[in-house]
Design a protein around this ligand. Structure first.
Ligand code: AHR
Length: 343
């Protein structure tokens, strides 16, 4: 009897151990995180979506100058031409507002496409994941972002680093033969891809001719701030041979500051800016600006086309870079070129 009880006792203990092991095995934390789901291929209308089926929520950065005005106009005019619905959101150059606008579009049942011109490169994962969960097509325009590529369908915009390298190459030509090669840099809003990459590209190229950046500060893409920063620098020293303005607007501010300090922009100090807006051509014709490196703002046709393709379930390259040129004040055809410009 005692032996029988002992066998039963050992059997029960054995079963408990096995059950415990089995339970532990099934509830143990997985070693690999579950894979992030790929975005849903297309909208409900796929594969026959047309432009009229698209309701696009566009998160614009703000209205900081001529380039941005041309970019906004491109989105509004092209939406009308194609017959799609555009819901325009002005982030007023305020990141918190832009993130709030993104949440708003994610929750808007009418919006099926979201286009983002990001104020900063980082901090987008949460809203992008929210958009993916809500089945929206997300296209990044103008400013690249640092986020996993599976969270958006494509990025359509410039190669800002290349613009920076072209700027360095042009500045080298402008300063050729000069003893001093001191350059001041007016930077865009510091967290943006345009400012980061243009700055990096310029630094990559400037060593070729021994440029020295002696001042670098943000002017937040604005003519007023570009002027204030240049004025402050000029009070400290006038030993400068070139100014690299990361956009035309800040270049216009620098031009004004130099004139007020009794210097001749374009001659005493070489000025190079990025964008190639209409006012930059005017400044080149007047001899105030030496070079403008193009950054194409007319991106809406490509962006809407990409959104439609993605709506129909098509896979797209993760980056479609814009084709851009360089324009110089000493170009003998400058007047003709200026007349043919569309922004
Ligand atoms: O992202 C493009 C930049 O943004 C332009 O160079 C600048 O003018 C604009 O504000």
């Amino acid at each position: 009897m005692f032996r029988f009880k002992k066998i039963v006792f050992l059997f029960i203990v054995g079963m408990m151990v096995l059950t415990a092991c089995g339970g532990a095995a099934t509830t143990a934390a997985p070693t690999e995180p579950p894979p992030t789901p790929e975005p849903k291929a297309g909208l409900d209308c796929a594969p026959n979506c047309q432009y009229k089926d698209l309701v696009v929520g566009f998160l614009q950065t703000g209205s900081e100058g001529g380039w941005r005005a041309a970019n906004t106009a491109s989105f509004k005019e092209t939406a009308e031409q194609l017959g799609l619905t555009l819901k325009f959101y002005d982030s007023q150059n305020d990141l918190a507002k832009q993130v709030a606008g993104f949440h708003q579009f994610n929750q808007d049942p009418e919006v099926n496409v979201i286009v983002l011109a990001a104020l900063e490169t980082t901090g987008w994962e949460e809203v992008l994941q929210e958009a993916m969960d809500a089945g929206k097509v997300v296209v990044i325009e103008d400013r690249r972002i640092d986020a996993p590529e599976n969270l958006y369908v494509t990025y359509i915009g410039s190669d800002f680093a290349l613009e920076g390298r072209k700027s360095a190459e042009e500045m080298c030509k402008l300063l050729e033969g000069m003893k001093g090669k001191k350059v001041w840099e007016l930077v865009g809003n510091v967290g943006s891809s345009a400012a980061k990459d243009r700055g990096q590209g310029f630094r990559e190229g400037m060593g070729a001719c021994g440029i020295e950046i002696t001042n670098s500060q943000t002017g937040n893409w604005s003519a007023t701030e570009g002027k204030q920063v240049t004025e402050a620098w000029l009070k400290e020293s006038k030993d400068v041979q070139g100014i690299f303005a990361q956009n035309d607007e800040m270049g216009f501010g620098a031009i004004e500051a130099l004139k007020e300090a009794g210097l001749k922009p374009g001659t005493d100090v070489k000025i190079l800016s990025v964008d190639a807006t209409g006012n930059a051509f005017k400044a080149m014709l007047e001899g105030d600006l030496n070079v403008t490196v193009e950054c194409n703002p007319l991106l809406a046709p490509q962006v809407y086309e990409a959104a439609l393709k993605a709506a129909n379930g098509e896979e797209l390259p993760k980056w479609v870079p814009s084709q851009e040129g360089v324009f110089r004040s000493d170009d003998p055809n400058l007047e003709e070129i200026t007349a043919g410009r569309t922004y």
